[in-house]
Design a protein around this ligand. Structure first.
Ligand SMILES: [Zn+2]
Ligand SMILES: [Zn+2]
Length: 377
């Protein structure tokens, strides 16, 4: 079938993207679904910093690629040998497909799925297929098994989680990355308990979702750190007890003072090694630093080695919120329904596919939180 999609052909084009237009809207051929795969009509898809990291080249991926990894859609067709799905199902995508059989999958950590990571690195689906062809017949890469900056996409069924039909698509899309990653960092990776102090560094979609997760978990105090006053104001309205503008005040000093020695959990969602060092310094003895952001591959960070032992500090990475997507997405949606996870507050813009480049300018400039492309339904 013919499908309009946003294609990245060259990484590292200069900003502003409204001028350089790294994402071109092309009409592509989409084949499939094959065995174990689903053809999905995309209803709404979010613009995430991880897409931007591919566009600017800080997280290199094979190109040309159909970008996008956070979305909700409706199943149009089910490949043979694909139990558990039927036409008309509403699905949210998981940007790590999980094979269900490898060591990490078997030990309950599907975000570390080894065949899934390999498929994502190679720009293909879990089963090996590539289903995109451009007008010249050249194959294109899949982005994280999802490639949802497109009217329709084909995914492995192991990249999809069924959800109820009634959630607004512009809200439902956010559960695929921002919410799964940010809330998961708090509840799965950090395992925050009521009354524990949490600091969140970086208030993009993932960081603000972490704020929501910390509120739902009963964190106190809950300190939000950023350099954009509007983001700090939003964090406060979502339940942060203290907000620190890191362009004005030293966040480490401020957090240590507010909490008399540091927080139990510092969550770093900037993807910057200097901020990671700050987050570590803002934890108290015995504290945990959870990092969610994605620094460029050549970046290193250092902390006093002895403090890991003598102060029982730790640093933990959290990929996709250490999620089990089929367990967590329905749970987070249930919390949302009950009013305890108002994720729709993260949505600042809805736009059309043609305007994604302008959207990434806003994301890079920090003037948007979550922007969602809403397709005609
Ligand atoms: Zn993302
Ligand atoms: Zn696996």
């Amino acid at each position: 079938m013919k499908v309009r999609a946003a294609v990245l052909r060259e990484m590292g084009l200069p900003a502003p993207y409204a001028g350089s237009r790294p994402l071109g809207i092309e009409t592509l051929d989409l084949s499939g679904p094959g065995e174990g795969e689903l053809l999905v009509r995309v209803l709404a898809t979010g613009l995430c910093h991880s897409d931007l990291s591919v566009i600017d080249g800080s997280r290199p991926r094979p190109v040309p690629m159909v970008l996008g990894h956070e979305a909700v859609g409706e199943v149009l067709d089910v490949g043979r040998g694909t139990p558990g799905f039927q036409q008309g199902d509403r699905v949210v995508f998981s940007f790590v497909p999980m094979c269900g059989h490898c060591g990490p999958c078997a030990s309950g950590r599907p975000v570390l799925c080894e065949p899934g990571a390999l498929a994502n690195a190679e720009g293909r689906l879990l089963g090996g297929a590539r289903h995109w062809r451009d007008a010249d017949g050249t194959p294109l890469q899949h982005h994280l098994g999802v490639s949802c900056f497109s009217e329709c996409t084909v995914v492995s069924a192991r990249s999809a989680v069924r959800i109820d039909q009634d959630l607004a698509p512009t809200t439902a899309a956010l559960f695929g990355c921002a919410v799964m990653t940010g809330v998961g960092a708090v509840v799965n990776t950090a395992r925050v308990r009521p009354g524990e102090g949490v600091a969140v560094f970086g208030l993009g979609g993932v960081g603000l979702a972490a704020v929501l997760g910390a509120v739902a978990s009963g964190a106190h105090p809950l300190v939000a750190v950023d350099v954009v006053p509007e983001k700090l104001a939003l964090a406060r309205s979502l339940g942060a007890t203290h907000c620190i503008d890191a362009s004005i005040a030293d966040p480490v000093e401020a957090i240590r003072e507010i909490t008399r020695g540091g927080v139990e959990h510092a969550i770093e969602s900037v993807g910057n090694e200097r901020v990671l060092v700050q987050a570590y310094a803002a934890t108290r003895r015995g504290g945990a630093t959870i990092t969610v952001g994605l620094p460029a591959p050549d970046r290193m960070f250092s902390v006093p080695a002895v403090s890991l032992v003598a102060e029982e500090r730790c640093v933990r990475g959290s990929y996709m919120g250490s999620a089990v997507p089929s367990r967590d997405i329905p749970r987070y949606i249930a919390l949302h329904r009950s009013g305890r996870l108002p994720v729709e507050r993260l949505l600042t813009h809805t736009l059309s596919l043609e305007d994604v480049n302008e959207g990434f300018d806003r994301l890079a400039a920090g003037t948007a939180i979550r922007q969602v492309v809403a397709f005609d339904t």
